[in-house]
Design a protein around this ligand. Sequence first.
Ligand code: SF4
Length: 360
Amino acid sequence: MRKLKKQYIIPVFIPHLGCPNDCSFCNQKSISGTIKMPTKEEVIKIIDENIKNIRDEDADKEIAFYGGSFTGIEIEKQKEYLEIANKYIESKKINGIRLSTRPDYINKEILKMLKKYNVKTIELGVQSTNDYILKRCDRGHTFEDVKRASKLIKRYRFNLGHQIMVGLPESTKLDEIKTAKDLIKLKPKMVRIYPVLVIKGTKLEKELQIGEYKPLTVSQAVERCKELLYLFHKNKIQVIRVGLQNTQEITDPKNKESQVVAGPYHPAFGQLVDDSIWYDSIVDKIKKINVKVKEVKIKVNFADMNNVIGHKRENLNRIKEIYDVDVLVEADNNIKEGKSELIVIQTYDEYTEKIREKIT
Ligand code: SF4
């Protein structure tokens, strides 16, 4: 079997200054931890330090300009950053450049310029495909802009990525499923899913204070993200991240430095979603067995062990509590990642028989 190359992303944060918009949930300077555009020297330093720490020489390495809306910053500044990144491609230290931007900041001229600098992937902040919800959170663009930009990006042969949010003001589970279905039709190569966190200093924080916005709980957010994951996986679209990356600012609201005021924050949010998918899969397998079981063994690839067991053994505890089934988990690397094999160790009849024998 061909081993997949490991992928490393070297993030360079370009802050809010590039973005004249003010989405109600966004306070870029909190999220990226900076308000000032990095200088040439700073960008080089970030990239060099990251490269130095990547030991795997064969790994795929990409420089990613994240944070604000890259193609919204002044053109000379974009070129300055891209020139730096491109030099690393020319010297074969880096394999690609990716950036995130808004759909209304994409046009043919911009794409031609990005092509010249060897940009490989463009991630669009979509958030929702419902125009009412987009307006409700002051996004300043419509779904039509997303469609137009996505088609153009694909026509110019970039990898297309979409970023969506769950738990936006007035957004329901059905709206989010509709968003996923709308995006699937646009065939992105990859997707990121972010549950909405309320960040200090945003309009959303004010809405929260006056009771106009109610954030999702962690378990609601997990359930909603899981539904979307199922849809994307079914359509062979890679979900490259679920939940914001933990940083000094995006961390537990109890932490003094945290910029998160409320919302479904969890340090391992993505893992909770994966755990929950495994929970469903195991329960589904148990339900398909024709007899009532008391003890089963699940064999999975070693890489999946933690997700099967669940954060703090939650999956195994829940199955025991709800179905009264003991689950043993065993690593077997002959099993493909994502697959599992269930073996019945003891049926309920066998179990009760043993108890009866003990009593008599
Ligand atoms: S477009 Fe992006 S960077 Fe600009 S305010 Fe909205 S979320 Fe923040």
